[in-house]
Structure formats: structure tokens, C-alpha cells
Design a protein around this ligand. Structure first.
Ligand SMILES: Nc1ncnc2c1ncn2[C@@H]1O[C@H](COP(=O)(O)OP(=O)(O)OP(=O)(O)O)[C@@H](O)[C@H]1O
Ligand SMILES: [Mg+2]
Length: 272
């Protein structure tokens, strides 16, 4: 099988720090792949590098037969490589639906003003894609409200839906479950898993270990910019290097968070 996304030796350097350090990673078409790791491991940097938001210092990235290195972010999204952002960046003055309409044409990011003026004249095809994206994340009934009027959990879902509106081949999600409670996270997982039925491959970065372990087919674990483990959810749960990476953290707040994540890892193991 040809990988949809493949990186070899991908390295991103900030000053003297290798935020990504020789990352070899494969995402097969039609699969659901996770990337986990402690705070500062380099997960967002990886998404930034793949989508062209930070330059790579060495290594290669190939998407759907295209060498990505020379391509600007909007070219990459035109190829079907679309991301969400860890920090929510919605247009607060536009309705949920209009937030998606603006994103439905990746080529038009630079003519945003025109888009806004012509929002009501979108083609039926674009309308259908926006309706579909809203339905996928369960936001059809919130289409006409402003994002500011939604609870945090649903605002996160608007960000996911916006990434889906262009109907990408691969969607890279950076912590979509942050701020969601367990029930919302589980519902999100069901929606995301359903994307595979729409020929959308999913790459998920999240700290919600329950979500990652339950929805992913394959999981990479990053620490200090390097992939320290990779495998099925079952393999990751029992991998000693993974547990060491989570236990090795020393600062108080982070330690509490990792303890919870570790509990997810261990708890799931104990339940079996
Ligand atoms: N633009 C930048 N300039 C300099 N250093 C950066 C930049 N972006 C990230 N870093 C550093 O690179 C490392 C990796 O950061 P990154 O945000 O990729 O981690 P992360 O795994 O996404 O963490 P989190 O789980 O907290 O989101 C960190 O040490 C961070 O401080
Ligand atoms: Mg991050």
C-alpha cells in the first residue's frame, strides 16, 4: 500500500533546539493515526512542518505522491492536506455556517473580504459540503449562531468542521478534545471515526488518552522531538518506553496531567 503521508528524517530546529528530530512517520490512506507525547514533545511542530507553517531544516515529507518541501501552506491544503489549530481561531463575527463557508474554498483564503461579500452566493456544491461537515460533528442545528454563543466544547467542534469543509484527504487535528468532558470527547471520537467512511484519513494529536486509545488504528509516541514508540493501541499501552516518558516529567502541574494520562494507559490495561 502506498502511504498517504510519509516523512523521513524530518527535522525542525528552533535556535539550538531540535523540536522535531529525525521523524520517520507513515500514515496509510484510510487509517486513523494518533500522535501522543508530553507537553513540548514536538507534536504541534510536526503538524506545522507538514502543513508548511514552519520550515524544516532537513528530511523529507511526501503527501499523496507530492514532495511537500517546496509548497506553500495553501498549496498543501489544495492537495487535500488540512489542519486544525491548537488555539482556536474562529471568525467570531461570522455564524458557525459562515465560518465553514470561508474555509470551504482553500484557494480563497487570501480573498477573504470577497468571500464575506459573496457568502450567500456559494454554489450548491459548497453548501452541500458545509452542511455535510456540520452534520459530521453534530452542529447542524447550531449553523446560524455565532461561535461566541456556543459552549467551549461546541466551539472546538466548529474548528474541526471548518477543517472538514474542504473535504480533505487527510485532516490533521491538534487537540480537538481539549476542554471537552468525557461524554463530549467520546461523541467526538465517534464522529471522527466516521470520517473514514467518507474517504478522509485522520491524524489525531490529543492528550485525551482514552480518546486516542479508543479511536486510533496506530499510534506514534513522541518525546523530545523523536519518535520513541509506535504501534497499535494495545502495544502502546504496555510499552515501557511510553510509560517512562510520561513518568519522567517533573513539574507539578504537568505531572498531575501525565498521572491522569498514565492512569488512562494503565487503567485500560488493568481492565482487560
Ligand atoms: N516558533 C517556535 N520558536 C521557538 N521554539 C518553538 C516554537 N514552536 C515550538 N517551539 C518549541 O519546540 C518544542 C516543541 O513544541 P510543540 O509546541 O511542538 O510541542 P507539543 O508537543 O505540541 O506540546 P503541547 O502538548 O504542549 O501542545 C517546545 O520546546 C517549544 O517550546
Ligand atoms: Mg501542541
Amino acid at each position: 500500500m502506498t502511504p498517504l503521508l510519509k516523512t523521513e528524517g524530518l527535522t525542525v530546529t528552533f535556535g539550538g533546539l531540535n523540536a522535531n528530530d529525525g521523524v520517520d512517520l507513515i500514515v496509510e490512506a484510510g487509517s486513523f493515526v494518533g500522535l501522543i507525547g508530553p507537553n513540548g514533545a514536538g507534536k504541534t511542530t510536526f503538524i506545522d512542518a507538514i502543513t508548511g507553517y514552519v520550515p524544516t531544516s532537513s528530511g523529507t515529507a511526501n503527501f499523496d505522491g507530492h514532495d511537500l518541501s517546496a509548497l506553500k501552506p495553501h498549496k498543501r491544503s489544495q492537495l487535500g492536506l488540512v489542519r486544525t489549530f491548537q488555539s482556536l481561531e474562529l471568525f467570531e463575527d461570522l455564524s458557525v455556517r459562515d465560518n465553514l463557508l470561508v474555509a470551504a474554498h482553500p484557494a480563497r483564503w487570501y480573498t477573504l473580504v470577497l468571500d464575506i461579500l459573496h457568502l450567500r452566493q456559494q454554489t450548491p456544491e459548497v453548501d452541500a459540503r458545509v452542511d455535510w461537515a456540520l452534520e459530521v460533528v453534530g452542529l447542524s442545528e447550531q449553523a446560524d449562531v455565532l461561535p461566541t454563543d456556543l459552549p467551549h466544547g461546541q466551539r472546538k467542534l466548529v474548528g474541526v468542521a471548518r477543517a472538514l469543509a474542504p473535504q480533505p484527504k487527510l485532516v490533521l487535528l491538534d487537540e480537538p478534545a481539549a476542554g471537552l468532558d468525557t461524554a463530549e470527547s467520546s461523541a467526538l471520537g465517534d464522529h471522527l471515526r466516521g470520517l473514514l467512511n467518507h474517504d478522509i484519513t485522520v491524524f489525531l494529536v490529543d492528550h485525551d488518552m482514552g480518546l486516542v486509545l479508543s479511536v486510533c488504528d496506530y499510534i506514534y509516541v513522541m518525546d523530545f522531538g523523536q519518535i520513541i514508540a509506535a504501534g497499535t493501541p494495545t502495544e502502546i499501552r504496555t510499552n515501557p518506553d511510553v510509560r517512562a516518558a510520561y513518568l519522567g516529567e517533573e513539574t507539578g502541574e504537568a505531572q498531575t496531567r501525565y498521572a491522569e494520562e498514565l492512569h488512562d494507559l494503565t487503567g485500560s490495561e488493568d481492565e482487560r
